[in-house]
Write a protein that binds this ligand. Structure first.
Ligand code: UGA
Length: 438
């Protein structure tokens, strides 16, 4: 099937390449010429394991192409919208300007019957509003239907999550005839018996934000319990293992530590609250305010621990922050807890050295004043305190004996609860971890 994907960021580029991998003919369209040139040359402009191989393979077959010209999308009849919906400046609401720009540019170019399949995370009610917008823009004899098909891919697992998702959710307006088209788009997944859930537009939009709000709540729940563990001498990792055995609870997303960041969870819970407020249901989601503040508090607690460990002030002290990405296997630094604490410590006067296996370029652009080390060893050299802030395998697997020979003082805070405490203590380190009394 011929299709276009508008917006080629983490979501759109991954979706475009994976749809081509599944046998469709796909054109990816974006206004960012630089990004499009890179993708057309087989270069993924961000770190996403497995994506470069799929991109190059499908460029070679000719099934996948990229363009900055929306006219190149008009030959397809199915158009995915995968542009960003960031937090609006000065408010909690989602900013829909890129979604609006995408449909406003695309629709006047279309002739005949078309389906616009929204994948971006949007406030409930957006699809209905977009339908009115496209109806006004479509030329005579042209019909354009909006459907919503939220995306649940995780960065760093984008390929796997797109080709083998847990479920496919499709929101349709009453009387829509679009279901068979979407079944054809996802024929490969349907052949694998992946659940295909058809519902109304509002529910489909809500499914996405509800899923992210639930995940955020789970993380903040365990981080709140972590604070009680610290106060009472408990150990949050053992507690999480124990409650996680209950399959109604499950161990996933009970990793206590620095909390969630990235381009999705933080802004999605805020946009969900803002939209509920507009709908007069703000009280229903007021607990998400607490989820947000527990999450942000972990960053402050980490800075507080660093000061405490260094005798009350970090002024002039050498602190190494391991990690800049918001999570492992990603180069994304949007709302990254790691970069946030590195910045706070630097502003408090510490000499901060940061190292991340993939996110150095992005981190430098956001926070140019920090000192970026070229390697893990260089970052550790002379440190008086090491903070593990992103759960990269390279940091989990560090050798405490070897690291001990590089630092000035063997003192580490495990902000992600991923180190083998016994091994680090045996190597003479003083180790501290969020939610544990060590
Ligand atoms: C999240 C959702 O997991 C995806 O399902 C969704 O499609 C995506 O947002 C989106 O809306 O586009 P992602 O932002 O890639 O995906 O990141 P996650 O893997 O969910 O991790 C989010 C943050 O939570 C990271 O900072 C991670 O370090 C943190 N986290 C995760 C914890 O602090 N503890 C945990 O136990 C798990």
């Amino acid at each position: 099937m011929k299709m276009s994907v508008i917006g080629t960021g983490y979501l759109g580029a991954t979706h475009a390449a994976c749809m081509a991998e599944l046998g469709h003919e796909v054109v990816g369209v974006d206004v960012d010429e630089n990004k499009i040139n890179q993708l057309a040359d087989g270069v993924v402009p961000f770190h996403e394991p497995g994506l470069p191989e799929i991109l190059r393979r499908n460029l070679d077959t000719g099934r996948l192409s990229f363009s900055t010209d929306y006219a190149d999308a008009a030959g397809a009849h199915v158009h995915f919208i995968g542009v960003g919906t960031p937090q609006e400046r000065g408010s909690y609401a989602a900013d829909l300007k890129y979604v609006h720009a995408a449909v406003d540019t695309l629709v006047p170019l279309l002739e005949g019957e078309h389906l616009i399949v929204g994948k971006s995370t949007v406030p409930v009610g957006t699809a209905e509003e977009l339908q009115e917008r496209v109806d006004a823009l479509a030329g005579p004899g042209t019909t354009v239907e909006i459907v919503w098909n939220p995306e649940f891919l995780r960065e760093s697992h984008g390929v796997e999550d797109t080709i083998h998702p847990d479920r496919i959710v499709v929101g349709l307006r009453a009387g829509s005839a679009a279901e068979p088209i979407l079944r054809e788009v996802y024929a490969a997944q349907l052949a694998e018996d992946i659940p295909f859930l058809v519902m109304d537009l509002a529910t489909a939009e809500l499914v996405k934000v509800a899923a992210n709000a639930f995940l955020a709540t789970k993380i903040s729940f365990i981080n709140a319990v972590a604070e009680v563990c610290e106060a009472s001498g408990g150990d949050v990792t053992r507690l999480a293992d124990a409650i996680g055995h209950d399959d109604r609870i499950g161990r996933k997303f009970l990793g206590a530590g620095l909390g969630f960041g990235g381009g999705c969870l933080p802004k999605d819970i805020r946009a969900f609250m803002a939209r509920a407020g507009e709908l007069g249901a703000d009280q229903a989601l007021s607990f998400l305010r607490e989820v947000d503040s527990i999450n942000m508090r972990q960053r402050d607690r980490m800075v507080h621990f660093a000061k405490e460990d260094l005798g009350g002030s970090v002024m002039g002290r050498r602190v190494t922050v391991l990690g800049a990405a918001f999570k492992a296997n990603s180069d994304d630094v949007r709302d990254s807890p790691a970069l946030n604490i590195a910045g706070q410590l630097s502003l408090a006067g510490a000499a901060v050295s940061v190292y991340d296996p993939q996110a150095m370029g992005n981190a430098r652009r956001v926070f140019p004043t920090l000192d970026y080390a070229d390697s893990l060893d260089e970052a550790l050299a002379g440190a008086e305190l090491v903070i593990l802030a992103t759960e990269w395998p390279q940091f989990r697997e560090m050798d405490p004996v070897g690291c001990g020979q590089l630092v000035a003082v063997k003192r580490i805070i495990d902000g992600r609860n991923v180190l083998d405490v016994d091994a680090w203590q045996a190597a003479g380190w003083s180790i501290r971890a969020l939610g544990r009394s060590l």
